[in-house]
Design a protein around this ligand. Structure first.
Ligand SMILES: Nc1ncnc2c1ncn2[C@@H]1O[C@H](COP(=O)(O)OP(=O)(O)O)[C@@H](O)[C@H]1O
Ligand SMILES: O=c1ccn([C@H]2C[C@H](O)[C@@H](COP(=O)(O)O)O2)c(=O)[nH]1
Length: 212
């Protein structure tokens, strides 16, 4: 039986580090976010453009994110357990929603993206068995983001991470915004690396149980 686990969390919450840890398990295959594609589609960088001018380029980035995430979800599974970074769902429920709610996405762009998303989810089966939510404070993410130093992300203020955090909490904890496609395992993720790895080990059985 194959299982799909999506690792969700704010920007720089530690998702890649978590996936890297579990990639050492032979029964687990890991799919990281297609961010290299978002930074280079035929020589263009829609991620950088979006941060520079979200009003103009938000729909461009999010259309491409939606395509590349769909491609990830539909790619052939090669191991008993698949762990992937984020999902088609968070692209829409967190990032598109954030652009729209903050007034940075025109209503018509939001409508077109929503029509696409609704069509995809109504016509294509996107199986998810478990969501692992790395729950952090926006301050922690802000510090880790500065430390990581991705060129495109230098313009991200703390307020942006606070909005993303609120949307994640509404979706996965308060469950007041959008449908949650799978059970949620919450892992507090403000701790240092050593403690985080220890917590991943403690949660290993629960995570792998998704494949039973
Ligand atoms: N528990 C931790 N404590 C301190 N720094 C961390 C921790 N986990 C990850 N980092 C660092 O924070 C940055 C963001 O982590 P990363 O795993 O890339 O997050 P994400 O994939 O969620 O954006 C990286 O520089 C990483 O080395
Ligand atoms: O739908 C999306 C998904 C991601 N992004 C942005 C947010 C970050 O700048 C990167 C992803 O980096 P992580 O460190 O893996 O969180 O891409 C977006 O704008 N829209």
């Amino acid at each position: 039986v194959k299982a799909v686990i999506c690792v969700e969390g704010n920007i720089a919450s530690g998702k890649t580090t978590c996936l890297e840890y579990f990639s050492k398990t032979s029964s687990i295959e890991v799919l990281t976010e297609p961010i290299s594609k978002w930074r280079d589609v035929r020589g263009h960088n829609p991620l950088a453009l979006m941060y520079q001018d979200p009003q103009r380029w938000g729909i461009t980035l999010q259309t491409y994110v939606q395509l590349t995430m769909l491609d990830r979800h539909l790619s052939a599974v090669a191991a008993p357990v698949r762990m992937m970074e984020r999902s088609l769902f968070s692209a829409k429920y967190i990032f598109v929603e954030n652009l729209f709610r903050s007034g940075k996405m025109p209503e018509v762009d939001y409508a077109v993206l929503s029509e696409w998303f609704d069509w995809i989810t109504a016509n294509i089966c996107i199986p998810v068995d478990l969501i692992v939510y790395l729950q952090t404070s926006p301050q922690t993410c802000h510090e880790r983001l500065k430390q990581r130093c991705r060129e495109e992300e230098k313009v991200i203020p703390l307020e942006y991470l606070e909005s993303i955090h609120q949307l994640y909490e509404e979706w996965l904890i308060r469950r007041s915004s959008w449908p949650v496609p799978a059970p949620v395992l919450v892992i507090p993720a403000d701790h240092n690396l050593q403690r985080m790895l220890h917590q991943y080990e403690e949660n290993r059985a629960k995570i792998l149980a998704a494949s039973l």
